[in-house]
Write a protein that binds this ligand. Structure first.
Ligand code: SF4
Ligand code: SF4
Length: 344
């Protein structure tokens, strides 16, 4: 907190501040609010809104000339608030859903239902595990089938009893030790050395939680090394690519998705891209707690889609969801769905 010299440089990059307009909705303001909480500031709805509307997109951290880490401050402040019982109803429900059902949607149906097509062919042990993620399993089964069709060319399996990686809870201030321990135990049973992810939030959280024991790679990093082993044809398509914050700015995965895309079709960049890409509006629990703000930010991101595009490609189901619900005129599909098209 004390590293912040209040220069205000972060004001020029925070998408939430741009949308909301109040100082308390940007990194500098949130740092002051967090400092105030430590000094005994009463936690009212305005304070909760200031701390909880950060998408953890990382733009401010990336450009802060003083080397401050506003996200670290915000996430630690969220944790302090949660520990003290200062929690919004939306976050309380998210916590209950994940604890009660093992997934962020509170869905009680079978997490592996999308695997019906592969009955009898899922390996019990393998070198690689594809970590499916909650949103994919319950909302985008067709996307998962495309991904698993491609990954089935390699020694890849699925965890027998995967639970939420914990990303939505960690980002909003909760502990998820049980989820982390459960998934690690499942990994050991399968005997895999590497976790493959296709969700930016899962990728970042699994890297934070498991990389001392397992290698964690995004599916684009896995595939870019193996493109020659897939019989890919060239597609007569031009697509654009949305960098997910937790995959791009947080984990530095910028090149692999682009190389995979360029192996099968033409790529035309969005107005802001790579390190400077705007957030889709979905991260940091904002989609859960402040959906109007989240969708307004998705619309802003969609204004950056170039003309003459066949598909808007993402590498994260939460980005997919938010961009679709934000009103995308262009079809939004996962990167590996594009690869699957090139295999037909
Ligand atoms: S967080 Fe960094 S960029 Fe923002 S006001 Fe503080 S010192 Fe300046
Ligand atoms: S992480 Fe993103 S949303 Fe949060 S304060 Fe920084 S720039 Fe704003």
């Amino acid at each position: 907190m004390l590293k912040c010299v209040r220069c205000g440089a972060c004001r020029s990059v925070c998408p939430v501040l741009e949308e909301v307009g109040w100082e308390s909705a940007g990194a500098r303001g949130r740092m002051l609010v967090a400092h105030g909480i430590l000094q005994g500031l009463d936690v009212d709805d305005g304070v909760l809104e200031s701390i909880n509307t950060c998408m953890t997109c990382g733009m401010c951290k990336q450009m802060c000339p003083a080397g401050a880490d506003p996200i670290d401050v915000i996430e630690n402040t969220r944790h302090k608030l949660v520990m003290n019982g200062n929690i919004t109803t939306a976050l309380e429900k998210l916590h209950e859903r994940i604890n009660g059902t093992g997934n962020s949607l509170g869905d009680v149906s079978d997490r592996r239902a999308w695997l019906d097509k592969y009955t009898g062919s899922i390996k019990e042990t393998a070198e690689y595990v594809y970590f499916v993620g909650c949103l994919g399993a319950y909302r985008y089964p067709e996307s998962l089938i495309a991904i698993f069709d491609v990954l089935s060319h390699f020694d890849v399996t699925i965890l027998p009893d995967e639970v939420c990686c914990g990303s939505p809870l960690i980002r909003t201030g909760f502990n998820v030790d049980e989820n982390i321990a459960h998934n690690a135990d499942q990994m050991r049973k399968v005997g895999a050395h590497t976790i493959i992810t296709s969700c930016a939030g899962c990728h970042n959280t699994l890297t934070e939680s498991h990389s001392d024991e397992f290698e964690v790679v995004h599916v684009s990093e896995f595939l870019v090394e193996r493109l020659s082993e897939l019989e890919l044809k060239r597609l007569d398509l031009t697509v654009t690519y949305h960098d997910a914050c937790h995959l791009g700015r947080w984990r530095g995965v910028f090149d692999a998705p682009r190389k995979v895309i360029e192996a099968v079709c033409d790529l035309k960049e969005m107005k802001t891209n790579r390190e400077n890409a705007r957030c889709c509006g979905g991260g940091g629990g904002v989609r859960t707690g402040y959906s109007d703000l989240s969708l307004a930010l998705a619309k802003k991101r969609l204004e950056e889609v170039p003309d003459g595009i066949d598909y808007l490609i993402t590498s994260c189901p939460l980005c997919t969801k938010n961009l679709i619900e934000g009103g995308s005129d262009t079809d939004v599909i996962d990167l590996v769905e594009l690869v699957r098209l090139a295999m037909e």
